[in-house]
Design a binder for this molecule. Structure first.
Ligand code: SAH
Length: 393
């Protein structure tokens, strides 16, 4: 196997097990090696680990194994074991009789840079982000099948902006196919997930814990769920006994899914209404003091640190509008999934919005990602989702 040699004075990040190697840290690149090949990482004669090589990239290598002893990383067994150990965590701490949808592989969070795999009942929807993972896709498919999942769908082409020459085609990767639309259970709440037409891999699995919290605050309440997508928060609120739930999303197909999910859970007596609208316009136009619980779960406003200022303005405007309209004694759930807006900055932005709206605000909970989106302690960038649950007077 070819080697990538690291400069002796640039070992700190590797010693700290950060999974990215920048070109500036490399003393010697492999002589002739294609994008996506697996390389040994070394300093002098000493082995440090193995990674996916990406020549021409600022990040020239993504490390998937830190080890001082030679290992067989090109075998099916190696990838079987890696994926089985991610599954073991979910089997012990995520899957229950009430929950059969979850993230199986969370990229670097599962020591697997470049791969996302989400389980929806009997179906696995994957996203391949880098060439290195693309090259071993057949082994990944086998490793997932080994766990007992016979249907695997690839979303990569459609949704990955970071794609680096990924060739594995969109669609089914297994012989067994069937319907791309499945019914899943999350904490006992039912959802339709269509991996073919849905956003991301089909559903937003990263709000499972926050949705439970919404349930806790929704009994006998009027709830507004903005940026609702398929109504994740809405269904929990309904199930918990909300008197009325309104979902708002700019996508008509998302609102259609909300309606289908309300029906699936037995709420077809007018307790739920979906609105296809821009959230900013909707908040401007609606009456004040109408809702006891408001949820703001927008898409990432900042995809990179270059647009941080603009994104911060967007979050502030959004929160300001909600603070101006929410009932006295209401509960505001506010989230950001922009990785570059960290939790300290997010809290500052929300604080400024509260001050500007002249509302007294107390923090009741601070939320993060659920345990099927584990955060690699050596890779703080892995932590992207943050939320505040606020009591607004
Ligand atoms: N809360 C959802 C996930 C939200 S994803 C859940 O729990 O599943 C973000 C959603 O915001 C997407 O469905 C997208 O269609 C919608 N969206 C993006 N910009 C919008 C806007 N300006 N107004 C309304 N909806 C918007």
């Amino acid at each position: 196997m070819q080697k990538i040699y690291i400069k002796k004075n640039k070992l700190k990040a590797l010693d700290n097990r950060h999974p990215w190697i920048y070109s500036g840290a490399v003393a010697k690149m492999p002589e002739s090696l294609e994008d996506g090949e697996i390389v040994e990482i070394a300093v002098g004669e000493k082995l440090l680990g193995y990674g996916f090589y990406a020549p021409g990239n600022q990040i020239v290598c993504r490390v998937f194994e830190y080890t001082r002893r030679t290992m067989e990383v090109l075998t099916q067994e190696y990838w079987n074991e890696k994926i089985a150990s991610a599954y073991a965590l979910r089997k012990s701490h995520v899957i229950t009789e009430e929950t059969n949808c979850f993230r199986l592989i969370h990229g670097e969070g599962d020591f697997f840079p470049g791969l996302i795999a989400d389980v929806y009942n009997d179906l696995v929807s994957i996203q391949i982000l880098i060439k290195g993972v693309d090259k071993i896709a057949p082994m990944i498919v086998k490793a997932i099948q080994n766990l007992g999942f016979e249907r695997i769908y690839n979303k990569s082409k459609e949704i990955s902006k970071r794609l680096e020459n990924v060739e594995t085609p969109k669609g089914w990767l297994t012989e067994k196919q069937g319907s791309p639309k499945v019914e899943v259970l999350e904490n006992g709440v039912k959802f339709w997930v269509d991996v073919e037409t849905g956003q991301k891999t089909g559903f937003f699995l990263d709000q499972r814990d926050a949705r439970s919290l919404v349930g806790q605050y929704s009994k006998d309440k009027k709830v507004l769920n903005t940026f609702s997508y398929s109504g994740g928060f809405s269904m929990y609120a309904l199930k918990a006994g909300a008197t009325l739930v309104h979902s708002v999303d700019a996508s008509q197909s998302a609102i259609d899914l909300c309606d289908e999910n309300a029906e699936l859970n037995g709420f077809n007596n007018g307790e739920h209404t979906g609105y296809c609208a821009d959230v900013f316009d909707h908040l401007n136009a609606m009456e004040s003091n109408d809702y006891d619980v408001v949820i703001l779960d927008p898409p990432a406003f900042a995809k990179s640190s270059k647009v941080l200022t603009k994104a911060a303005r967007g979050y502030k405007q959004l929160n300001l509008k909600a603070f101006r309209k929410i009932k006295k004694g209401g509960i505001l759930f506010t989230f950001s999934c922009s990785q570059v807006v960290d939790k300290v900055l997010f809290r500052k932005i929300v604080f400024q919005a509260a001050a500007e709206a002249h509302r007294n605000v107390r923090i009741l909970h601070q939320t993060s990602q659920p345990n099927c989106h584990p955060i690699n302690i050596f890779y703080p960038e892995n932590e992207y989702l943050k939320g505040l649950v606020l009591y607004v007077e």
